[in-house]
Ligand binder design. Structure first.
Ligand code: ADP
Ligand code: ADP
Length: 228
């Protein structure tokens, strides 16, 4: 179970927080869509959910255990249970890396270099990348091809949780359908839970078991200790 309780998070303690008192739960195997207007705080909450952004207040529980020892992000050992795909690909600082290198990066970073040959080509094929595309660099492929690589990178450690933040917002209908199908195939196979953030209710309703609106996530409830 992934549980976010009364999360407040922001970027600058002097300005108003981007997220205030948000609560959200995703059960194992469940797909939850999070809908809301641009700028309301969805991406910030998605990054908190994926353990990439330390909340200023509130708690995050993973299978009932409090996530602790945050620095800027949560400890890597916990973060590796999450695969994350953003709207804009976030790439390595090294522009020489090929798509194959990018997909393999999480394996190398976690000391699993020996599994690269067994994992990367098959996964690339699953997301619809041909061997020829794998040798190219990000600026040599289309947005859709690059997003396919980002999805493969998010899946390469076989995470138990997926966070897709506007994953398909830049993509055409057929690439969108293909990437959603890859995510759903992975979830069927592994029982992974999903938080899918977006602004397109039709897509989220079709994709997810339930869709929650930002207003429900942040609805004023019981005032919590410590929250001002
Ligand atoms: P959404 O995903 O719903 O569009 P965001 O979480 O991206 O919302 O943004 C929520 C608020 O936080 C906005 O006011 C936005 O300007 C601000 N914000 C987002 N990212 C940053 C950042 N890196 N630094 C400072 N402010 C940010
Ligand atoms: P923060 O508000 O925590 O600084 P940022 O938007 O600056 O959040 O960055 C989020 C973090 O996500 C970055 O530190 C980056 O290393 C990490 N990151 C980039 N790409 C991926 C990915 N594909 N999967 C998971 N994490 C990623």
């Amino acid at each position: 179970m992934l549980e976010l309780r009364d999360i407040t998070a922001g970027y600058d303690r002097r300005s108003a927080p981007a997220v205030r008192n948000a609560s959200l739960t995703v059960a194992p195997g469940e797909a939850v869509g999070l809908l809301g207007p641009s700028g309301c705080g969805k991406s910030t909450l998605a990054r908190v959910a994926a353990l990439l952004h330390r909340p200023d207040a509130g708690t995050l529980l993973l299978d009932g255990t409090l996530v602790r020892h945050w620095r800027h992000r949560a400890p890597r050992a916990l973060r590796t249970s999450f695969g994350v795909v953003f709207q804009q690909p976030r790439l390595s600082a090294d522009p020489r890396l090929t798509l194959a290198d990018l997909i393999a990066e999480p394996l190398r970073a976690t000391g699993r270099r020996d599994t690269v040959p067994a994992r990367v080509p098959g996964l690339a094929s699953t997301v619809g990348l041909t061997p020829d595309l794998l040798t190219r660099r990000p600026h040599e492929v289309s947005d859709g091809q690059l997003q396919r690589a980002c999805l493969a990178r998010a899946l390469v450690l076989r995470p138990r949780w997926l966070v897709c933040d506007e994953m398909t917002a830049m993509l055409d209908a057929s690439t969108t359908a293909a990437l959603v199908a890859v995510v759903e195939e992975y979830r069927t196979e592994t029982g992974a839970g999903l938080l899918a953030v977006g602004h397109d209710r039709t897509l989220l309703d079709r994709w997810c078991d339930r869709t929650v609106h930002w207003n429900e996530v942040t609805a004023p409830g019981e005032p919590t200790a410590g929250a001002s």
